[in-house]
Design a protein around this ligand. Structure first.
Ligand code: ASP
Ligand code: MG
Length: 428
């Protein structure tokens, strides 16, 4: 079993002791267990803030070196707490645990995991504790980080490399919910969800799991069990394996009974760039997006209007990660001979609300219900994009909570029972 504990689960000494008890109990139940741990509470954010106080643009290599210190603290403290319970634990940095990455600081990808030292520790009867969110670059040998929330990915990557039966992700809520319980108190726990739907949820801002963690789990067919470290409730199983408890395999019949919508996700991390007055000619959009691509900026949604007949020019709007907003504007300004466009508008007061569900493939009317619900609460839609199992809209940042609640109600996703509990964390 690979168990990952998030920052809110190890936020203070008491939290660390509580987690140590859980790990000891897993071990006593006869499991071989490897632990991955995140930095305590909001300490990654605090290290970030500290770096910015020293330098407005800290070198990425040094920023990674700094941020990985957070996980070093929690791993060593957790090993001590376990030792205090009379069991041997050994902490390892990502590099010591064999997490090999590319050299893209701040968002490195794992390219290989060679967990020799973890296997030795296990064979010796010790409990390995691995620092999440970090690795070592294959070429430069520098320390890298996997992107915010990356400890989840460390956990599934290790689970794959070690052939674990399950990867348990312990967090501060009781699993994956139909919406963020911080916004929708009536959100319901999703007992089982497919990798495909979980990937869409994560990519659309559900912070519960890192996107790459789900990608890894899907590729190696590792079930992820998301649950709270503060309770012993059931949690959510992310898997494609049919439920052993249900009669027969899930065929057409089951498909019909399933909810059309699995959940509502939201994301406040994007910004909208509008390029005004783009000549409606072959190659103009390519010019714009080449500039954005050359700056290594990912684009999410794009909307292009029909050009006004009188000017032969059109507007193109698209969304990028907020963190890359200024770089996107700079890249476009650099193009700016007036042939390319008239002006630029930048707006980061936007949010994205997405409806996810494999059931919408075969169900007409989902968009009508969604948009009507938004209209009823007076939320204006600025952009739309869809996939087979998702509909996303961009709305005003201040309307995000309202839109999430309205969509959640429109598809009757509320639970009739207890409210979802948020046990810890500041949501930062
Ligand atoms: N500590 C890192 C972060 O806050 C990694 C993680 O929590 O997964 O992003
Ligand atoms: Mg964290």
């Amino acid at each position: 079993v690979v168990q990952k504990y998030g920052g809110s689960s190890v936020a203070d000494a008491d939290g660390i002791k509580r987690v140590a008890q859980r790990i000891a109990a897993t071990r006593k139940a006869g499991h071989s267990v490897v632990v991955v741990v995140s930095a305590m509470g909001d300490s990654t954010d605090e290290l970030h803030d500290l770096a910015r106080q020293v330098s407005p643009m800290p070198p990425v290599r040094e920023l990674d070196m700094l941020l990985t210190a957070g996980e070093r603290i929690s791993m060593a403290l957790l090993a001590m707490a376990i030792a205090n319970l009379g069991m041997e634990a050994r902490s390892f940095t990502g590099s010591q645990a064999g997490v090999i990455t590319d050299s893209a600081h701040g968002r490195a990808r794992i390219i290989d995991v060679t967990p020799g030292r973890i296997s030795v520790a296990l064979a010796d009867g010790a409990i390995p504790i691995v620092a999440g969110f970090q690795g070592v670059s294959q070429d430069s040998k520098d320390i890298t980080t996997l992107g915010r929330g990356g400890s989840d990915t460390t956990a599934t990557a290790l689970a794959a490399a070690l052939g674990a039966e399950v990867c348990e992700i312990y967090t501060d809520v009781d699993g994956v919910f139909t919406a963020d319980p911080r916004i929708v108190p009536g959100a319901r726990r999703i007992p089982r969800i497919s990798y495909e739907e979980m990937l869409e949820m994560a990519a659309c801002g559900a912070k519960i799991l890192h996107v790459r963690c789900v990608e890894y789990a899907r590729r190696y067919s590792i079930p992820i069990h998301v649950r709270s470290s503060f309770s012993s409730r059931d949690g959510t199983l992310v898997t494609d394996t049919p439920d052993a408890g249900s009669p027969g395999s899930p065929g057409e019949g089951d498909e019909m009974d399933r909810a059309i919508i699995t959940g509502v996700a939201h994301d406040r991390s994007e910004a909208e760039v509008t390029v005004i007055g783009v000549p409606d000619k072959v190659g103009e959009a390519a010019k714009i997006f080449r500039a954005i691509g050359a700056a290594s900026i990912n684009i999410d949604m794009i909307v292009q209007n029909i050009s006004a007949a009188s000017t032969g020019r059109t507007d193109i709007s698209f969304t990028v990660p907020r963190a890359d907003g200024q770089a996107a504007i700079a890249a476009l300004r650099a193009l700016s001979d007036s042939e390319t466009f008239d002006s630029l508008v930048y707006d980061d007061r936007i949010g994205k609300v997405s409806l996810i569900g494999a059931g919408m493939r075969s169900q007409p009317g989902v968009i009508a219900t969604f948009f009507s619900a938004l209209a009823d609460v007076g939320v204006n839609i600025r952009m739309i994009s869809t996939s087979e199992i998702r509909v996303s809209v961009i709305v005003d940042e201040n309307d995000v909570d309202l839109a999430v609640g309205a969509a959640h109600r429109a598809f009757a996703l509320e639970s009739g029972e207890v409210e979802a509990v948020v046990y810890g964390g500041t949501g930062r």
